[in-house]
Write a protein that binds this ligand. Sequence first.
Ligand SMILES: [Zn+2]
Length: 438
Amino acid sequence: MIKALQIYNTLTKSLETFEPIHQGSVSMYVCGPTVYGDIHIGNARPVIFFDVVKRVLEEIGYHVNYVSNITDVDDKIIEKAKSEGISEAQLTTQYIEAFQTMVKALGSDLPDMMPKATDYISQMIHYITTLIDMGYAYETEQGVYFRVNRINAYGELSKQKREALEQAVRIDLDQEKEHPNDFSIWKKTTDGLNYHSPWGEGRPGWHTECAVMNHEIFEGMIDIHGGGSDLMFPHHENERAQALAHDQHGLATYWMHNARLDIENQKMSKSLGNIIYVKDLSDLQKQAFRLLILAHHYRQPIQYSSQLLEQYEKNYQTLLKKLRMTKLELTASNEMHKTLDASYQKRIIDALLQDFHTAQVVTIIFEMQKTLNKTQDTKEKATLLNTFEWLLPIIGLNLDLNISDDVKTYLSWQEARNSQKYREADIYRNELMEKGYI
Ligand SMILES: [Zn+2]
């Protein structure tokens, strides 16, 4: 049976009981990367969190269709391709691959579909034409703009007053714009990658890419639209405005936004030179980083520091050793049982159903670890281990519990110890230590 899930909906600013549009299945779209460079650890937060959202939804019985787009046409892409003397396609292919490698290295699965903006250009042109025909968009010398004042609900998602929005939009130089809030949905240009359209050569605006891919891939509204909180305005507000205009309905029932990750109280930025790239973390650090992310509620900002990561590295390693050793002991003594700890299981599921409260789950993990440290009861050890093995895939925490043929080494170690052959015992002990049991 599917249990009641509570989701904090940015649109209504409240916790709501999740009700999917189609019974038993969930459609989810999360705004993906613009591929002109490597991802940093701030970009990694939604990559980890929305992967967990999918896993939890599946655990409670939903079929999930998780789509995350790739923006492969953009001013920054064109600029970078030029500076490197390669084509935009060469550049984006390279960084799409790099992105996917990092997604997997962080313990996340690739989304079910990763549509590229450049594969939907003709649909975007068609969509923009419809918006113009309906009176929601207009052409100027520089491009095509969306007429924001036609949408009464504009500002509803980001909860901003229209006047505040006007100040928030970047000052641009197009004097022909009817209103400062109007945003570009087609840019006229022959510089770099461009396409032929009824408005001359150019390329689509970023907000239109997501609106159109949603429209093309899903039929009608979707259940969850997600991304980092920095995308709420203008990107998500503008995506939604286009859907309201084009389809007369909002894009998604639930809007979910993860909070930011800052480096010691500062925003990560090139100018501050404090960017930490995922690729520069070791394999162990990447796993520890996932644990660190999960240890914070997704709506809580994270103040990242190298000390904080170190702390989670220790936590991760201690847990890994404990679980590996427990499994080895139990396997060697033929004490594996199939039972799970129902009380821990219930607490974990309850936490996840409460707006994906992974922070609470991590607290429970440490509590289970403590219990495991204390108990001498093999049945209880086995039950706890099984509960861990059930839980870890739900949050995508990759702890290698494959003990393969190390049981033999463990038995030899025990035998040497029992027969007081300490030098021999030490050799086996070192071997187990090297393999991460001790
Ligand atoms: Zn988007």
